[in-house]
Design a binder for this molecule. Structure first.
Ligand SMILES: *Cc1c(COP(=O)(O)O)cnc(C)c1O
Length: 373
């Protein structure tokens, strides 16, 4: 028998969350961001729930090929553009739209032989200082692209560093929004600037021609803990669950796991769960990380090991060997009510973000599609 751990992908939740982005930005077209294998959900599985998107945005050319293999004929955008000149051949063949963020990419386009001119998005570095042309260089780059027979339409894009929070007492986007508006003033082309956080918090100012919805599509909250998934009406698209495969009784002074990181102060009952850091569960989640056992909230105890972790069953006398454990996502129904553990809470306890946990589910964890529930 395989280990009892599995990841469930809720395609109905993906569709619901995508509809939430649509409702917030009703006049924009929607890129579903499916980079990093759809944030760990699997491109093919996620596609089932995200068919209503107007386009798919990602980074990896192999992932773009997988989408075309699913017979997706609509727009696909390479968010970082091409990495070497011959990538442009694949862009021509698969009709991929691509970001252009540096002079080298324009040089390669100028040398590229194609019958079909490309659709590109010229990226502005409006202050994040990762990719993109500076405001001073932006118009010259636009003019260069505009003069190329290899280029059809030029879109305009930028990316926010602080759309999820305040920055220097401001709303987090004002300085970059102003930089974008100044740099693109009067230039023709479709605009795309909003990620999930901007769509959730600032749609009226950022939802222009296209929005790029990533984490919210998967039910993760970019501005947790200021807001949670209930506040934004987002549903978890992934459940990680396993079972209790061992039970121990502890006396005061007994310890749990490597490094004896947890010591019992009173008699306790604990369960050992078939889930560890080799499954993608965060090793930095210390004692007290929330977890559901048979749908009831309890806590982890001691260090997470490679294949196991411990949970407190002291207050759950009905649970024990074989009980279902929800590490995050949708739990079983309890007294007629569904149970749920937001991935954001687990991430916070581990000093990270929901994005990282989703992307880190290990290849050894079997994945199943769960349409409903
Ligand atoms: C990943 C990414 C997004 C999506 O960000 P979320 O915070 O997940 O919504 C949008 N735009 C670009 C350029 C990205 O790289």
């Amino acid at each position: 028998m395989p280990r009892p751990i599995e990841a469930l992908i809720h395609t109905d939740a993906l569709a619901h969350n995508l509809a939430r982005a649509r409702a917030l930005a009703p006049n924009a077209r929607l890129w579903a961001v499916v980079k990093a294998n759809a944030y760990g959900h699997g491109i093919e599985r996620a596609f089932e729930g995200l068919r209503a998107a107007d386009g798919f945005a990602l980074l990896d050319l192999a992932e773009a090929e997988r989408l075309r293999a699913l017979d997706w004929r609509g727009p696909i955008l390479l968010l970082e553009g091409v990495f070497e000149p011959r990538d442009l051949e694949l862009c021509s063949r698969l009709k991929l739209w691509h970001a252009v963020h540096c002079e080298q990419q324009i040089d390669w386009l100028a040398m590229h032989k194609t019958h079909e001119p490309h659709r590109v998005f010229l990226k502005l570095n409006s202050g994040m200082n990762r990719l993109g042309f500076t405001p001073a260089a932006f118009r010259a780059a636009y003019a260069r692209l505009d003069a190329l027979p290899q280029v059809d339409e030029i879109g305009l894009m930028t990316h926010f560093s602080d759309a999820d929070a305040l920055r220097l007492g401001q709303d987090g986007i004002a300085h970059q929004l102003a930089a974008f508006e100044a740099a693109t003033d009067g230039l023709a082309g479709e605009r795309t600037i909003a990620n999930s956080a901007a769509t959730l918090r600032h749609a009226t100012r950022t939802a222009n021609d296209w929005v790029r919805a990533g984490i919210m599509t998967y039910g993760g909250v970019p501005d947790f803990p200021e807001h949670d998934a209930t506040h934004w009406d987002l549903r978890p698209a992934m459940t990680l669950r396993s079972k209790i495969i061992g039970v121990q009784q502890l006396q005061p002074g007994d310890t749990v796991g490597y490094g004896s990181a947890f010591t019992a102060e009173q008699p306790m009952r604990i369960g050992i769960v078939a889930c560890g850091y080799a499954d993608g569960y965060p090793r930095h989640a210390g004692t007290g990380t929330p977890v559901l056992v048979d749908g009831h909230r309890t806590r982890t105890l001691g260090r997470v090991s490679m294949d196991m972790l411990a949970v407190d069953l002291t207050a759950l006398p009905a649970s024990g060997w074989g009980s279902e454990v929800t590490l995050w996502g949708e739990g079983p129904t309890v007294d007629g009510k569904p149970s749920r553990l937001p991935i954001d809470e687990v991430a916070q306890a581990a000093g990270t973000i929901g994005y990282e946990l989703m992307c880190a589910v290990a290849p050894r964890v079997p994945v199943r599609t769960a349409g409903h529930g």
